[in-house]
Design a protein around this ligand. Structure first.
Ligand code: OGA
Ligand code: NI
Length: 208
């Protein structure tokens, strides 16, 4: 993907100002297809696992709080996704240049929310995940329509707003301040989710 510097600057400005930015059509049709083809293989091979929630020293799986199935990505192993990782590297550079956020690692997973699942209100920095700086969400639901559910609800002082999880849309937000939840989904809901870290990913994939 080649974006003008003006575009990057406007996204980074918005993130700095509002703690969140939404970019429609962030990924190309080609990258969308690459990600979905990869996702299908992972799903067919039953490599999606229940996501966990870290609480103090415990590691728990609580479906009523968080019902998604995830697959942690590894840039070395998951070579078909190299174009995605390159794009995230570019994003990391721009955050450093325009938001003065210094980042030294990242962690990403595929996520599938089966019909009837949700993720209750939370922030992404907690316990052992306090090195998460920026949350990156890329939605993958091509035929999403009103009534399908699974919107992201973002809370703020004014109450908040919802974001539809439509294909190729990207969200960035500050992981330590933005409260959010995934509303109940009435259809399987797909996304690629990750975090840019101010320390290298260490235990990431072991914790959830
Ligand atoms: C998360 C999360 C939101 C979404 O994984 O922490 O809040 O829209 N995901 O998938
Ligand atoms: Ni979250």
């Amino acid at each position: 993907m080649v974006y003008s510097e003006e575009k990057w600057i406007s996204w980074m400005d918005e993130l700095a100002e509002n703690d969140i930015v939404i970019v429609d059509d962030f990924i190309s049709d080609e990258l969308y297809k690459t990600i979905m083809d990869f996702f299908s293989v992972i799903e067919e091979n039953e490599r999606l696992k229940k996501a966990g929630i870290g609480t103090s020293l415990d590691y728990q799986i609580k479906k009523e709080i968080r019902g998604d199935l995830i697959y942690w990505l590894d840039p070395k192993r998951d070579a078909p996704l190299t174009p995605f990782f390159n794009l995230m590297e570019e994003l990391r550079e721009k955050l450093g240049m325009y938001c003065f956020i210094s980042l030294s690692g990242s962690e990403f997973h595929l996520a599938k929310y089966p019909t009837g699942s949700k993720y209750e209100k939370h922030i992404d920095q907690f316990n052992k995940r306090n090195n998460r700086q920026i949350t990156v969400l890329i939605y993958l639901n091509k035929d999403w329509k009103e009534g399908d559910g699974g919107e992201l609800k973002v809370s703020n002082e004014e109450g908040g707003f919802t974001v539809e999880p439509i294909a190729k849309r990207m969200l960035l937000f500050k992981s330590d301040v933005v409260e959010h939840e995934v509303l109940l989904t009435n259809v399987p809901r797909y996304s690629l989710t990750g975090w840019l870290l101010h320390q290298p990913a260490s235990l990431g994939s072991l914790l959830s």
